[in-house]
Design a binder for this molecule. Structure first.
Ligand code: AMP
Ligand code: SF4
Length: 472
């Protein structure tokens, strides 16, 4: 998962706004951050570094830059490792001028594309898939960048939501399936593109609309020009996990408030009997209160408490100076990270029965460690409620849900998971309830990590041919 941000202005210097926009998107990636702009000599400039935004970039330096268009990126690696050479944006000066790209997603035909490009002489500097798009541009030296980009995007397979800087302006594009969100905003004559609309709120930017699946939007001094890629029939696969966990609750995606969707997931979790459940004996009927796993379970827990008419207690405290534990690279650090980050309040749990609400279980590490700390408080019983269905399949569309072997629900029953976490009962939200809580038609959402219903895409030889056709 990554965050991308772009600004185009006729009058203002915008580099510092990129910094602020990225700050609002920091939850989408904490491994590296960067910014790219075109200078007065028509050269691309890129500043990037490892770590959180404030570690990677110097805000005061950006405030002095005289760039009227720029793009930025925060990264959490899904393709390629967590190294400086994979940080984005990726920029180059080639036969048709300067270009830089920032990408959120995963190109599913990257292997074939890289092979085709290497056979044509491309030398890759990074192990990430985004660089391939730049090479595709460079290998069409006689086409204008926008046309070369259009051909490149038709040839690569989802998932991508990208911002690209070329001399003709700022380009925003979303793959024809629309896996990852991308929004357009405006303040006066300035246009903004962001992975999530929460980045606009910070800058006083008004939300205009989502970039549509399959749209390539050019923003320059002439205003907006929209191009449509040929669409695959029946497409539209917005990631449902954005509503469950990934996006910030103050974002609106395709007209749906993430907060409202998440609260509805909690409500339905409290009242529905459609999801997978396990009860070891004691039911949640004896519960004294509802507590969220902060922050990922907060909004769903509110809905759960509302529906069940139980008190809502912030009984697990989050150390706000520690980042997302999931993001830590090794299992050992992740386990320690959970203990440093989340701590139950002993007085609230002692001799009481709690319903603990979280958004998802991936490996089971977080829930297992928090529940064992809750047990140390001599609680009466703990009932875990999850506001999404079991995650049983990996994601190939830009989210780092690990290989099947690491997904506890891929190889364990709900009863086994409940036992290993140490809870008295465990219930998941059903797929139907999750989709209905979001409120978009089921066939417009990707739910593959829950039900294994992956997109049937070009594979092997067919994909290689599609890559080669880009250069015809
Ligand atoms: P785990 O300990 O692996 O079960 O982690 C589960 C927690 O990680 C959940 O509470 C989620 O809030 C969070 N999470 C789920 N999926 C992701 C993801 N792809 N990236 C980062 N965090 C995630
Ligand atoms: Fe989102 Fe899951 Fe689909 Fe990946 S597989 S795009 S995480 S719903």
């Amino acid at each position: 998962m990554c965050g991308v941000f772009g600004v185009y202005s006729r009058n203002d210097y915008v580099a510092e706004e990129i910094y602020l926009g990225l700050a609002a998107l920091q939850h989408r990636g904490q491994e590296s951050a960067g910014i790219a702009w075109i200078d007065e000599d028509r050269r691309i400039n890129v500043l990037k570094g490892m770590g959180l935004l404030h570690e990677a970039l110097d805000q005061s330096l950006l405030s002095k830059l005289t760039a009227r268009a720029a793009i930025g990126h925060v990264r959490y690696s899904t393709a390629g490792g967590s190294h400086e050479q994979n940080a984005q944006p990726i920029g180059a000066n080639y036969a048709q001028g300067p270009v830089a790209i920032a990408h959120n997603g995963n190109l599913t035909n990257f292997k074939e594309l890289r092979e085709v490009l290497e056979n044509r002489g491309a030398i890759f500097q990074s192990t990430g898939d985004t660089e391939a798009i730049l090479h595709v541009l460079a290998h069409q030296p006689n086409r204008r960048p926008l046309e070369a980009l259009r051909r490149a995007l038709i040839g690569v397979s989802a998932a991508y939501s990208i911002v690209v800087l070329i001399e003709d302006g700022l380009v925003a594009a979303r793959d024809p399936w629309g896996f990852r969100p991308l929004s357009l905003g405006r303040r006066g004559d300035n246009y903004y593109v962001a992975s999530e609309s929460c980045a606009f709120n910070l800058l006083g930017v008004s939300f205009v609309r989502d970039i549509e699946p399959g749209e390539i939007l050019l923003i320059n001094e002439r205003g907006l020009s929209s191009y449509k890629m040929p669409l695959t029939p029946g497409c539209g696969r917005l990631c449902s996990f954005e509503f469950v966990y990934l996006a910030r609750p103050d974002s609106v995606i395709e007209g749906i408030s993430v907060y409202m969707a998440r609260r509805e997931m909690g409500r339905r979790l409290a009242k529905s009997t459609r999801g997978e459940c396990f009860f070891s004996g004691s039911t949640s009927g004896d519960a004294d209160f509802v507590a969220p796993m902060p922050d990922s379970g907060t909004t769903a827990a509110l809905g759960y408490a509302e529906e069940s008419r139980l008190p809502y207690e912030a009984a697990v405290v989050r150390n706000r100076y520690v980042g997302r534990t999931f993001i830590q690279p090794t299992q050992r650090v992740r386990e320690l990270g959970v203990r440093i980050k989340l701590n139950p309040s002993p007085d609230l749990f002692r001799d009481r029965s709690a319903i603990l609400v979280d958004d998802s279980i991936v490996r089971g590490t977080t829930a297992g460690l928090v529940v064992s700390m809750i047990r140390e408080c001599r609680t009466r019983s703990v009932h875990l409620r999850i506001s999404s269905p079991p995650v049983r399949y990996p994601c190939f569309y830009g989210i780092d849900t690990p290989s099947k072997g690491d997904l506890t629900a891929a190889s364990h029953t709900v009863g086994e998971i409940a036992e290993s976490i140490g809870v008295d009962s465990l219930c998941y939200l059903s797929l139907e309830d999750m989709v209905e809580s979001i409120g978009l038609p089921g066939d417009r959402l990707c739910t593959a990590c829950f039900d294994g219903d992956y997109l049937r895409e070009r594979e092997g030889e067919e994909s290689r041919n599609a890559c080669e056709r880009i250069f015809d």
